[in-house]
Design a protein. Structure first.
Length: 483
């Protein structure tokens, strides 16, 4: 029997079920990009918040990149199994999803949901490349979704276009605006998204809408953290064993979860703190900590690990030399952070324990995607600060060299980077054994490597390490670096 709203707890199966009646709650959130992470994070927190008290906060999910999630969840009335893989797997049934919108008529259906009076939050997990925003501020006219929506602003299909048109329709109908909540790994994600939406609205709809958004719409920043690998056949098999039901939408994640949120929700919000979220006046220090210590070391180990034959993060941590480099990277990243009321050494210990968890099959290849979008905030920003402080830049140079080696040759695996064509063009006439030439070609990519890192000590340190990787091979280069 398949999981659905008609299903309930079965004797002999340990899964936990929602502590409320999901169908008695109305929808209050429209979520753009309902992938596995969103279901392991914001949906799980929302489920916990509704179990802790009243509130119409169920989520209408929107799948912008295909219909697989909708085809899995809608026949199950939005129910799915969330498996937390610790020493023993723990399963819970999440009831926070009211349904999923996908397919060719996505725009009108999403806009209809956004203009319901009960919609008070539009949340987003589409990864950085899904927004079409510029780190320097504003929208990226060259992004396919942005370009298309600028031509047809009343019939949008992209993130910025949907938000701008949704707000325009609410204002026209006399409704208060919803809060826009980015849950992606972007530095100052609320600030960046706000600038992009206002810029898009001005270009597509005119200054009046842009000014209303600037003056009336809240874009709180957030920091999110939960390792969520892709679901597999084992995920679905374990879900059946723990619940007694077939579940095509089952996902797995680690026991650890963290969500730090700027508390600005004028239209109201779920009691996410009841599920463990932390509300603070300023997210930035926590965001930097996570981006540089966790995400930065994740990127480094993904490239170095993949190129040395390590399929999973736990395989990387089982290798003494690589594990030492992971710890070194965290220590170097911590030294670039502002003062924060946290024990950063203890945080690094916890990260290493999480990375080493053999129950989480998090592929290095999965983490390695979208490098041009991730490296600027994860690697380059702390590298610049390390240079300014006179600290050793070797950990950041090693990570950069590993990414360059990965771009150069990944075997039969795709690069999975939104700037793949630019990267290929940059390397087209570059000798594959010339580390300096490779560095110069990739460093010249527009809006990527900061000027302060494209020459001098950082450039020299990166070229040295890339040269080792090319001449010695990745495994020997790792051993040499870890000495």
């Amino acid at each position: 029997m398949r999981l659905s709203s008609k299903a309930g707890p079965l004797d002999g199966f340990p899964a936990r079920w929602p502590g409320y009646a999901p169908e008695e709650r109305k929808t209050g959130i429209v979520h753009l990009g309902l992938g596995a992470f969103a279901r392991a994070h914001i949906a799980a927190y929302t489920d916990g918040a509704m179990a802790a008290g009243r509130g119409d906060w169920r989520i209408l999910g929107v799948s912008l990149r295909g219909e697989d999630v909708a085809n899995a969840l809608n026949p199950q009335d939005g129910r799915y199994t969330l498996i937390e893989r610790g020493e023993t797997p723990d399963a819970r049934i999440v009831g926070a999803i009211a349904g999923v919108v996908a397919g060719g008529d996505i725009g009108p259906r999403v806009l209809s949901a956004m203009t319901e009076a009960g919609c008070r939050i539009v949340s987003i997990t589409v990864t950085e490349k899904g927004y079409g925003l510029l780190r320097s501020g504003g929208c990226d006219e060259s992004h396919p979704a942005v370009a298309a929506d600028l031509l047809s602003p009343a019939a949008p299909r992209g993130v910025l276009g949907l938000i701008a048109q949704g707000l325009a329709l609410r204002f026209a109908g006399g409704l208060p605006p919803f809060t826009v909540l980015s849950c992606d790994n972007l530095p100052e994600n609320g600030t960046l998204l706000r600038a992009a939406v206002i810029d898009f609205a001005r270009r597509a709809h005119g200054p009046a809408l842009a000014e209303r958004i600037a003056g009336e719409v809240a874009f709180p920043s957030t920091m999110v953290d939960r390792i969520t690998p892709a679901a597999t056949a084992r995920t679905r098999a374990d879900a059946a064993a723990l619940t007694g039901y077939e579940d095509e939408a089952a996902i797995e994640t680690e026991p650890f979860s963290q969500w730090v949120i700027e508390d600005r929700f004028p239209a109201g919000r779920p009691a996410w703190e009841e599920a463990g979220a932390l509300f603070v006046p300023d997210v930035a220090p926590y965001e930097k900590m996570k981006l540089r210590m966790l995400n930065g070391s994740h990127s480094m180990l993904a490239y170095a690990g993949f190129l040395s034959g390590k399929t999973y993060v736990c395989d990387v941590m089982a290798d003494g030399a690589l594990a030492a480099l992971v710890r070194r990277h965290m220590t170097a990243a911590a030294a670039t952070l502002p003062d924060i009321a946290m024990d950063l050494a203890a945080y690094a210990d916890r990260l290493c324990t999480r990375f080493a968890n053999p129950a989480i099959a998090h592929e290095t290849r999965q983490i390695a995607m979208d490098g041009t979008q991730k490296l600027p905030q994860r690697i380059f920003a702390p590298a610049l600060e390390a240079l300014a402080r006179g600290n050793d830049v070797a950990p950041f140079a090693f990570a950069t060299a590993a990414w360059m080696r990965y771009v150069l040759d990944r075997g039969d695996h795709p690069l999975n980077d939104p700037r793949e064509k630019e990267l290929s063009a940059a390397l087209a006439d570059t000798p594959r054994e010339d580390a300096a030439a490779i560095f110069s070609a990739l460093a010249a990519l527009p809006d990527f490597l900061p000027e302060g890192l494209s020459h001098g000590a950082f450039a020299e340190a990166t070229i040295l390490r890339l040269g080792r990787m090319l001449s010695l091979g990745m495994e020997k280069a790792i051993r040499a670096e870890a000495r």
